[in-house]
Design a binder for this molecule. Structure first.
Ligand SMILES: O=c1[nH]c(=O)c2[nH]c(=O)[nH]c2[nH]1
Length: 302
């Protein structure tokens, strides 16, 4: 019997690096997988770990490098890491670093085009969201509920969370400057229900609703995701007369500051672990005064 090809390492390290240049922030969002191979016969055959750099250490190295070397490009970052593992450890002969990079575009803020010093810390994930609609007709009246899912947005500042209930199980530290990120799932119900009335311009409506929810996300100084959600919904109701009801389901995509102190590094709100689960899930309806709520509570039932 012989041992064949083998490799090991930490997969899918979700590292987010923020560079703060005054009011203009820059973001790099990577999914980094490390696979190392070399003199690893003993750990497989006799159980001796003497040649094994722990996968946990490879994870720490990814986060520490994001701070120490920055992330100029995924390629440069991968080259740094691969060279480090191969040259620093005698037992490691080959390092394969796979990186996925997620694109973020800025959410434009009014005044930006004039060169004014407006905040530039709000981003929408590149790649299109999915647009949705449901049309119901009973021969007399119409119900049109449209919406979207998977519109990912992030603010790299202007978000706090504190002053909440604390019981014996509460460990969450209060946050005075955190990342706020979510995948927007939303539905909005049109007031139009009668062929006798002129129907809305559906294309323009979608564009405008999307723009309003993005602006509200970007401009709200947030004390909770609940507050941001209400601002997004109420801005749509306020500006779009064709819509009576909006419901959002917003996962709170937690970004935890990584403790780099064990490596002698200061993490001044720069390097984050983007956790995928569990996540907070914040859901609410915003309704025009005097109208009835008809969008189902559970949007997956729509
Ligand atoms: O915006 C938030 N709302 C919450 O209800 C909550 N709960 C929590 O642990 N973190 C957060 N953040």
């Amino acid at each position: 019997m012989t041992l064949g090809q083998n490799q090991y390492g930490k997969a899918e390290n979700r590292v987010v690096r923020i560079v703060r240049d005054g009011a203009t922030h820059h973001i790099k969002d990577l999914n980094v997988s490390v696979a190392l191979s070399g003199d690893m016969d003993e750990v497989h055959l006799s159980g001796s770990n003497a040649s094994v750099l722990p996968t946990d250490t490879t994870k720490n190295t990814v986060f520490a490098f994001a701070k120490e070397h920055g992330v100029a490009s995924a390629e440069q970052f991968g080259i740094h890491l691969a060279r480090y593992f191969v040259t620093s450890q005698e037992s490691i002969r080959t390092a394969r670093i796979r990186i996925e990079e997620y694109a973020w575009e800025r959410i434009a803020r009014p005044g930006e085009e004039t060169g004014a010093d407006v905040p530039r810390h709000s981003f929408v994930r590149g790649g299109q969201e999915t647009r949705l609609t449901q049309v119901t007709y009973d021969g007399a009246s119409w119900e049109v509920v449209s919406g979207l899912k998977d519109l990912t947005v992030l603010n790299s500042t202007d978000s706090e969370f504190w002053g909440y209930v604390k019981d014996k199980y509460t460990t969450l530290p209060e946050a005075y400057d955190r990342i706020l990120a979510t995948d927007v799932t939303g539905r909005w119900r049109f007031a139009w229900s009668d062929d006798a009335e002129e129907a809305p311009d559906w294309e323009e409506s979608y564009r405008e609703v999307r723009a309003h929810l993005l602006q509200a996300f970007a401009e709200t100084y947030s004390l909770s995701l609940q507050q941001t959600l209400y601002e997004m919904g109420s801005r749509i109701i306020e500006h779009r007369g064709e819509i009576d009801e909006v419901r959002f389901s917003l996962p709170n995509k937690h970004h935890f500051l990584v403790d780099l102190a064990p490596f002698g590094l200061k993490n001044d709100n720069e390097v984050y672990l983007a956790a995928d689960r569990p996540y907070g899930l914040i859901e609410a309806t915003v309704l025009r005064e005097g109208r009835e709520a008809r969008i189902p509570v559970d949007l997956s039932n729509l």
